[in-house]
Design a binder for this molecule. Sequence first.
Ligand code: MN
Ligand code: MN
Length: 300
Amino acid sequence: MNPRRAATIVRRARAALLGGAVGDALGATTEFMKPAQIRERIGVHREITGGGWLNLLPGQVTDDTEMTLCVARGIVQAREWNLAAIADRFAHWLSGGPADVGATCRRGILEYVETRRLATAPNEGDAGNGAAMRVAPVALYTLGDEELLSRLAVEQAHITHHHPLSDAACVSVGTMIQRGLLRTPLAGLRAAAEELAARHPEFRFEGYDGKSSAYVPDTLRTVLDAFFSTGSFEECLVKTVNRGGDADTAGAIAGAIAGARYGLSAIPRRWVNALDAGLREELASLAEQLVRKSPLFDRA
Ligand code: MN
Ligand code: MN
């Protein structure tokens, strides 16, 4: 690949991971709040201030970013695709007693620790957003091969979540991130969202009702409504997190998609600077290593 194109894609890949972390840190403040409460207490939430139900420091991230790091490190540090390397990092992370962890993630990780099985059984209750929130590194790693993305996005999901709606959301979020990275026109990202809704009408976001919950169709509808009705990274994220509900997770997913689409320079400097410097550097480095391992870079 010519070095200029490679550099552009590396920068966008960094924007996807940094965007996700920024969305998590921004949204954590309004997680579990109702939009009316946000308006009353904050007005429009558009600064990374910490607080929230987890009483975070400004710029602190939560499980969404921590599990994304586990996936990214598990991919980069193993020689080839190795699901156990990811699951082991989840297990190590959980053993450290994270401030927040979703119930389905906890159950799946504990099951892995006990049985070493890398795929949990299909479960009616697994339509939460815990697998979709951490899929971005897989999108970077499989760039240039949407079939491979579909397979690996679902494999990483099944460590903790095994449900057709979660699987479909993971593939769709990953596809949108990849198309953003490749500078596919917006219609290509919309096509991914429309394909998802055609297959699973639960994800239809036209006439969105404003509900942001941890049920993955609600999370994605929140993200898709915000993404397709705004024209910048900042406005997309602000709209997403002011819905409250599962605001940090919706923020993380919106940040990854919008980061890939709008690029590094579109992420407000004040938000990037609010993150821990070590985290910023690690995300930037992981993003580059992930895309350099991808089929797109491999071929060229
Ligand atoms: Mn979280
Ligand atoms: Mn959350």
